[in-house]
Design a protein around this ligand. Sequence first.
Ligand code: ADP
Ligand code: AMP
Length: 218
Amino acid sequence: MVDIILLGGPGAGKGTQGELMETWLDLPRVSSGDLFRYNLSQQTELGQQAKGYMDRGELVPDEITIGMVAERIARPDCANGVVFDGFPRTVGQAAALDALLAGMGRAVNVVLNIAVSEDVLLQRLAGRWTCSSCGAIYHRLFSQEKVEGVCDACGGGLMQREDDNLATQQRRIRVYQEQTAPLDAYYRQRGVLVDIDGEQSPEQVGRLIRAAIEAVLP
Ligand code: ADP
Ligand code: AMP
């Protein structure tokens, strides 16, 4: 049983690494951003509530986000642990996650703090393409698909996220610095935070992450 948090700015590589970890750890990746985008695509009430915040690059209020994640991790596939991607993003969400996991007899085992400078974050977000069908992540320069515009994994079409425009990207980075960066101290105090140099190839970042997780696995 292991509960892992991927922490890092927008574009740091959380989704990229989370996808790889899902496979080798055989654990579900719970991405709050993906859950919101799914709700948007299904035009649910939750999706409607989240839309304005996402379009502006702001955080969706804690009560909405926490409720959505609580419902997700109560499902049976999360019984052996979770790779959290993009959640928590505020101290309030972190405290709520502690309480939720404590209620299941669990606690956060390791927080992977993927550090990437602002310039590189912007470069990554500008070239990000995502499969509209399975969500696989590509980059125009750093992680290209084999056939242009077609997902290697499922054959779906690739698209750019609506919030990957320059103004929203810059806003998301500011919001990260103001509201999410304090989680660094929150988890460091507890001794569960591991710093990962995110400015290396995805393979090398993956190796660092794997070593950090193997150090805490029972
Ligand atoms: P996040 O989930 O943290 O927002 P993503 O995993 O979606 O970030 O990555 C953002 C973009 O950067 C994607 O286009 C991805 O292919 C690319 N990327 C991820 N990790 C690396 C890396 N180590 N080196 C270069 N590009 C990367
Ligand atoms: P992401 O896919 O992680 O880049 O998230 C996309 C957008 O979804 C963010 O810019 C927020 O508007 C919203 N979002 C995702 N996760 C959270 C969260 N934990 N708390 C608040 N808003 C979130």
